[in-house]
Design a protein around this ligand. Structure first.
Ligand code: INI
Length: 162
């Protein structure tokens, strides 16, 4: 037996355990981009066996508010994972940098603090065109992708916890 073949590899599958609940936390800011991300996330979850009654969509004003909503939902303790979706699009002021970094830092912090996987589907782009490309057009749908990550991380968590 080769040494390489003796190394254990652990990873999650894309199978949703029956009864697993998921929350999608979505901003209303730039909703023309965010709504397709929400629909992409819902599509991924349903196609992989989630039950509609186990999905919940939570709307917040902007991406800045996403971490707080994620924290409240995660603390509730009734979801296997959260999918955060939003769109921070660069404007003429430094506001973009504050919102983008608060959203990503906050999402990561809440996930680590609560032990609930949170997939980051918040777009940070220089232009509206780049955002539209990632919301179901040329560059795929980052909401769909984030939901797939959430499914995988739930499965991985179960593998790691045994
Ligand atoms: N919120 C976004 O989700 N995307 C943006 O591009 C954005 N910009 O550029 O301003 C934005 N701002 C609002 C912010 O998220 C908060 O809702 C607001 O600051 C109130 O706390």
């Amino acid at each position: 037996m080769s040494q390489r073949s003796q190394i254990q590899t652990l990873e999650g599958t894309f199978t949703i355990v029956d009864g697993a609940r998921f929350a999608i936390v979505a901003s209303r800011f730039n909703s023309f981009v965010v709504e397709p991300l929400v629909e992409g996330a819902v599509d991924a979850l349903l196609r992989h066996g989630a039950r509609p009654e186990n999905l919940q969509i939570i709307k917040v004003p902007g991406s800045w508010e996403i971490p707080f909503a994620c924290q409240q939902v995660a603390r509730r303790g009734d979801v296997a994972a959260i999918i955060a979706v939003g769109a921070v699009i660069r404007g003429a002021t430094p506001h973009f940098d504050h919102v983008a970094s608060q959203a990503s830092k906050g999402i990561s912090q809440v996930s680590l603090d609560t032990g609930i996987p949170i997939a980051n589907g918040v777009l940070t782009t220089d232009t509206i065109e780049q955002a539209v490309e990632r919301a179901g057009t040329k560059a795929g749908n980052k909401g769909y992708d984030a939901a797939m990550v959430a499914i995988e991380m739930v499965a991985l968590g179960r593998v790691l916890r045994g």
